[in-house]
Design a protein around this ligand. Structure first.
Ligand code: CAA
Length: 392
């Protein structure tokens, strides 16, 4: 029996900052971002959006496509995030209610930087293996924030991905062997008292590729597929150039021919959406998967994808999946394109007004003015409770 991703969709903010408008503020050429980092735009979450609303927006199309009976078979919701809104209550519980899912379900939030979505996926596969009748809803949702004026600022972004994990999946069957690598390192983290991440940029780049080497070595030791048996690669993308660097690193590591055209073909389609969205932490690699499936001109059915998931701190996992016959009939390519094309370009001044408040939603009771055009919004904070509503 095969297990894997049966349905897949992403959501992002309804507005973006073009990095050409950030470059002069940092006193650099736009090419530093568009060429050097491989980023054109970054999605900016509205003041009434957070990981809950983004997660619910990503999962809504999946749930709407399901029959009532299928919805009842979602007995687990796993929500991965590193920009959570509460230290105790899972963001997933709010999402579960917003989506109208049945009460007979377990819901939990998972955290290990950008890697947590992959841990959620692996746990979902294990649950479905135990009872193939059930479905698990995995959601990865994040708002990436760095200090204003820092070198990380142009790599911000936000987004969420929802995946339905089932037996006999219609999109991608995940193979059982994984390569794992964990090491205790301070390359990127966010202490509880901060709303923005602390990062050692140089160290983080090295930590990422070291983790890739370690996870790849373990994959081989565990009997996983050889490099030549993998057709396309989807890497975690803090910025898309990182995936290009990672693929060059792996190609060099395994001693494969370094043909630029072949290497580009192995990853290019997975980079397209993230170039326009920016970093979405846990969601980033899975938005890369959506991008690959939505953009590949060749039919990928039967081909093998290699995934490298990295979460600072640091945990890396290399795993593989096989694209299923007929997968194209279940994609949402037009809806995803529309989502990006319908975003509003905001000025640097408008962006600054959104990110300026240090703790925009903490403090006393208040209503949050309506802003986002996405399906769900944070409406108010009352008695330290966050009140969400359907906005569209
Ligand atoms: N035209 C073209 N390219 C230019 C250019 C120009 N005018 N000016 C500079 N560049 C190039 C540089 O040569 C460099 O490319 P190479 O690395 O290929 O040489 C690239 O633009 C970036 O320039 P710098 O290295 O000088 O950039 P920086 O030091 O200001 O910032 C960064 C880079 C450290 C990655 C920073 O963006 C950062 O801190 N980002 C956040 C941390 C991060 O994303 N780390 C990635 C690994 S950790 C992870 O993956 C987890 C996660 O999600 C955070």
């Amino acid at each position: 029996m095969q297990l894997g991703i049966d349905d897949l969709a992403f959501a992002t903010a309804d507005r973006y900052l073009d990095l050409a408008d950030l470059a002069p503020v940092h006193g650099v050429e736009p090419a530093k971002y568009t060429v050097g980092l491989g980023q054109d735009r970054m999605s900016v979450a509205a003041p009434d959006e957070d990981v809950v609303t983004l997660a619910a927006s990503a999962a809504l199309p999946l749930v709407e496509r399901m029959s009532e009976q299928d919805r009842a078979s979602i007995r687990t919701v796993l929500l991965a995030t590193e920009s959570g809104i509460d230290q105790s209550k899972s963001a997933g519980v709010y999402v579960h209610r917003l989506l109208g899912l049945p009460a007979a379900a377990r819901v939990v939030e998972l955290k290990q930087a950008c890697y947590a979505g992959t841990s959620a996926l692996q746990m979902a596969l294990a649950l479905v293996a135990r009872n193939p009748e059930q479905k698990v809803l995995v959601i990865c949702s994040d708002v990436a924030r760095y200090d204003v004026g820092s070198s990380g600022e142009p790599t911000q972004g936000c987004g969420a991905v929802a995946m339905l994990v089932t037996a006999n999946p219609r999109l991608v069957a995940i193979e059982p062997v994984s390569g794992l690598h964990t090491t205790d390192i301070m390359d990127f983290w966010r202490p509880n008292y901060r709303t923005t991440a602390v990062v050692d940029g140089r160290l983080s780049l090295r930590a990422y590729t070291d983790s890739l080497s370690g996870a790849w070595a373990d994959l081989q030791a565990q009997g996983g597929p050889a490099f030549a048996d993998i057709d396309t690669f989807v890497y975690h993308q803090p910025f898309t150039k990182m995936a290009v660097k990672a693929h060059a690193h792996l190609t060099r590591l395994v001693g494969a021919p370094r043909d630029a055209e072949v290497m580009d073909a192995q990853i290019a389609d997975s980079l397209r959406y993230n170039r326009e969205i920016g970093n979405s932490y846990t969601a980033s690699m899975y938005i890369g998967l959506v991008s690959l499936l939505d953009h590949a001109t060749d039919d990928l059915a039967g081909s093998r994808i290699g995934f490298f998931s990295y979460g600072s701190g640091a945990v890396g996992e290399f795993f593989t999946g096989v694209v299923q016959p007929g997968y194209r009939d279940h994609l949402r390519t037009a809806a995803h394109r529309r989502l990006l094309d319908d975003r509003t370009r905001i000025s640097h001044a408008e962006y600054s007004a959104i990110v300026a408040p240090v703790n925009p939603v903490d403090g006393g009771d208040h209503e949050v003015p309506a802003s986002t055009r996405n399906p769900f919004r944070l409406a108010a904070i009352t008695g330290h409770q966050r009140l969400y509503e359907r906005s569209a």
